[in-house]
Design a protein. Structure first.
Length: 201
């Protein structure tokens, strides 16, 4: 045991603990992140989990694009003023803070989760941030505001350089696990097609 202080001194310069402030700063330096997602929803009354996958884009200035490809196509666009959802090529459904404040509040929080926006998170959750070692981290969010506290028991995030996973634990006992992979930081600006989607939806 007497060798532990020497080991600590030796490794300290190479393994500084990750903090929430550093994480937010790291994410702020990523203006556009694109990634593949796989979502698994485990509902206690269903024998099999529901699985979906697709591509996600989070842009710091514009918002969130969520393109599910399987089991059916669904496109979601979220910015500061509205959420637009298109399912299977049907006419767009537009949700705003005026016509559905609860749904809009939850979806607005998605951006805060992806960007580790400490101010927004602290307004809505009790925060338990942990350094998991070797640059990895976990963030457990327990809702403290309504309606979030009526819907979720907790939201768990984990990652390293990027956000790698989100787990939504709801009050009904159901689980939603979202895993992100193939993160891409380039191009650092939106393509013409991506910009058009934010402008026209």
């Amino acid at each position: 045991m007497k060798y532990w202080p020497l080991l600590v001194l030796f490794f300290a310069p190479f393994g500084n603990a990750v903090t929430l402030e550093e994480l937010q700063q790291r994410f702020t330096q990523q203006p556009v992140v694109r990634a593949h997602f796989t979502q698994t929803r485990t509902i206690k009354d269903l024998p099999q989990p529901l699985r979906s996958q697709g591509e996600m884009l989070i842009a710091r200035e514009q918002g969130l694009l969520w393109d599910q490809t399987t089991p059916f196509p669904m496109a979601l666009m979220l910015d500061d003023s509205r959420m637009v959802q298109i399912i299977n090529g049907q006419p767009p459904q537009v949700i705003t803070a005026q016509n559905n404040p609860q749904m809009f509040q939850f979806n607005h929080l998605l951006r805060a989760l992806f960007q580790a926006d400490r101010r927004v998170l602290e307004q809505n959750f009790r925060i338990d941030f942990k350094d998991a070692g070797t640059g990895r981290w976990t963030l457990k969010l327990t809702p403290i505001t309504t309606p979030l506290d009526k819907i979720f028991a907790s939201i768990d995030l984990a990652g390293e350089q990027y956000l790698d996973s989100i787990r939504l634990n709801d009050k009904q006992g159901d689980l939603t696990d979202i895993a992100f992979s193939q993160h891409r930081l380039t191009p650092t600006t939106l393509t013409d097609d991506e910009r058009q989607r934010f402008a026209t939806h």
